[in-house]
Design a binder for this molecule. Structure first.
Ligand code: SF4
Length: 108
């Protein structure tokens, strides 16, 4: 009887470990999917990325025109109306729909 109890208890512990590991893996996936690009990220600095396009230094970025932002950039990867999305220039980090960088290309 105690052997059965032991097996049952071992199985319970195993199932709890599996559940915990699955939850942790999900949390990591969600965290990396939602990591926003930091303006201080070296790649962001190199491309003069601003999370708020209206804060772009127009003197340093003559290419910038009012109204240009990630949401209307050809490289922006998100559903219409999304507040943030992917950009191939910044890997897995998300850029703000209201952001801008010097690689901005008009959406076709
Ligand atoms: Fe935004 Fe386009 Fe620059 Fe990517 S390339 S950060 S979508 S402006």
């Amino acid at each position: 009887m105690s052997l059965i109890n032991n097996l049952s208890s071992t199985r319970r512990v195993f199932m709890m470990q599996v559940a915990t590991a699955a939850t942790a893996a999900l949390a990591v996936t969600q965290a990396s999917a939602q990591t926003m690009l930091d303006e201080k990220d070296p790649q962001a600095v190199g491309l003069a990325y601003k999370a708020d396009a209206t804060k772009v230094d127009k003197a340093k970025n003559p290419k910038y025109a009012a109204g240009n932002n990630c949401a209307n950039c050809a490289l922006f990867q998100a559903k219409a109306g999304a507040a943030a999305g992917g950009c191939p220039l910044f890997g897995t980090k998300q850029v703000s729909a209201k952001g801008w960088c010097s690689a901005w290309v008009k959406k076709g």
